[in-house]
Design a binder for this molecule. Structure first.
Ligand SMILES: Cc1ncc(COP(=O)(O)O)c(C=O)c1O
Length: 460
């Protein structure tokens, strides 16, 4: 790809799709066009540089980019199948349902398919309300459950919701990992409590086993359903097939998506207990949720290959071991850089670094991109940089990732003598913590840089 071609693609994207998105990506040095997607990364076609994909589309590429085993299954499926008529019975659907039940926590023996993560969450809420005849759904502060109708109503970041109010009524929010606060909101009108076992977009907060067990108990006492959103945490991300296995707590409903499609063909589902209330509701109202794309025959064949791959290679073990390696390196980095890093948290290969200030998130994305790592800060917490490489990651890519993070933190430290005094001026910190201001500020810096590069005959 030539620079002119790339400029044309960006220009047309701005014209026909979303100009604000391009400005934002440019400002954060995230304006990469992916090429040669393989394993734990891709190539930047302009520089020819390989980038480690430490975002994985928020957990969508757990099996790696272009996983050969999953591609072969898709190829084969294309030979003799298509989407299939939605709502019809098919071999692919039942084979996948069986495989899902086999890997799911015990008791989750029923399956419903959905088109994507948000759609699976919508389906879970409809099932909970339909089966209990109750309305209230309690979510958590800064939770992320998607951008579809009901899912957005459970989204714990006001910024995403504000433009769309009034959303669906009946949603409440309790701080995450705070059982007492949750107990104050759950009552006999509660249909369900929904949590991510590890909050992702909120900034990587691991639900403690006591909290998750407490939620189970609270729901049981009030006859409410417990929903675990494993859309980001599932498929070996945290060192187990599903994150809830760390606590041994089994929900009534569990949503899965993202890596279930192997990064090649979207598919999503929810698993639920076949209790009389839940199974009875679905039997009485079999069309309570419908999707042409969810649970398609092609999608099911791909998901089956993903599950086979994860099990055959015991990928959860790689996630746990690589996660420990990353964690050790980041903990050492925090000890050496207390003026930059506030905390390192996470589990398996779902790890976050929290910086001292929000504006450091975009600075770090920028610094990492320069060192060959594509990473994105948490959507609901810009001060937390997420590291979610494919869970198949090997030695060499891991070493490159760690070296790049170390180099990027060193770059940030060099900028601090400028950034920190500016942040102490009253009002400035609040101003530069605003996403739009960051886009403008880092965008302007980027333009100056690009100009300097062009004058030197550089890349851009
Ligand atoms: C925890 C969680 N739930 C739901 C969703 C929504 O998934 P989708 O984008 O497929 O609708 C996401 C996506 O980022 C997620 O991380």
């Amino acid at each position: 790809m030539t620079p002119a071609e790339r400029a044309r693609i960006e220009r047309d994207f701005m014209r026909h799709i979303n100009a604000g998105q391009v400005r934002y990506l440019r400002a954060g040095h995230l304006d990469v066009i992916e090429h040669d997607r393989q394993g734990a990364g891709f190539t930047d076609p302009l520089s020819g540089r390989r980038m480690i994909d430490a975002f994985s589309s928020a957990g969508s590429f757990n099996v790696g980019r272009h996983n050969p085993q999953v591609m072969a299954a898709l190829d084969q499926a294309l030979d003799d199948a298509d989407l299939g008529t939605h709502g019809f019975v098919s071999r692919a659907k039942v084979e996948l349902a069986q495989a899902l039940v086999d890997v799911a926590p015990p008791g989750l023996d029923r399956v419903a398919f959905a088109a994507g993560g948000g759609d699976a969450i919508d389906c879970a809420f409809k099932l909970a309300r339909g089966a209990t005849g109750r309305t209230t759904i309690v979510s958590t502060v800064k939770a992320y459950h998607g951008h579809t109708g009901l899912a957005l109503s459970a989204n714990g970041k006001p910024h995403y919701r504000a433009y769309c109010e009034p959303l669906a009524p009946g949603f409440r929010f309790a701080p995450f990992n705070d059982l007492d606060a949750m107990a104050r909101l759950v009552d006999d009108d509660t249909a369900a409590v929904v949590v991510e076992p590890v909050q992702g977009e909120a900034g990587i907060f691991v639900g403690t086993p006591e909290y998750l067990a407490g939620l189970r108990d609270l729901c049981d006492r009030h006859g409410a359903l417990l929903i675990f959103d494993e859309i980001q945490t599932g498929w070996c991300r945290t060192g187990r097939m599903f994150a809830c296995e760390h606590s041994g707590v089994v929900p009534d409903i569990m949503t899965v998506a993202k890596s279930m499609g192997g990064g090649l063909f979207p598919n999503a589902a929810l698993l639920y207990r076949g209790t009389p209330a839940l199974a009875g509701f679905v039997e009485a109202d079999p069309w309570f949720h419908r999707s042409v794309g969810g649970g398609s025959d092609l999608g099911c064949r791909v998901s089956l290959a993903v599950i086979r791959y994860l099990r055959e290679h015991r990928i959860w073990e790689n996630a746990a071991a690589r996660g420990r390696q990353l964690r050790a390196a980041l903990d050492a980095l925090r000890r050496d850089n207390p003026r930059v890093i506030r905390e390192v948290r996470g589990i398996g290969l779902m790890v976050g670094i929290e910086y001292l200030h929000e504006f450091m998130g975009p600075m770090m994305s920028d610094a990492l991109a320069r060192h060959g790592v594509f990473a994105a800060y948490s959507g609901n917490a810009p001060q937390v940089m997420r590291f979610m490489v494919p869970v198949t990651v090997g030695d060499q890519d891991m070493a490159q990732l760690i070296a790049a993070i170390q180099a990027a933190v060193a770059d940030m430290k060099r900028l601090l003598p400028l950034a920190l005094p500016a942040a102490r001026i009253p009002g400035v910190l609040r101003l530069i913590n605003d996403e739009r201001v960051q886009t403008a500020l880092f965008g302007a810096m980027r333009r100056v840089e690009d100009l300097a590069g062009a004058l030197k005959g550089g890349r851009r």
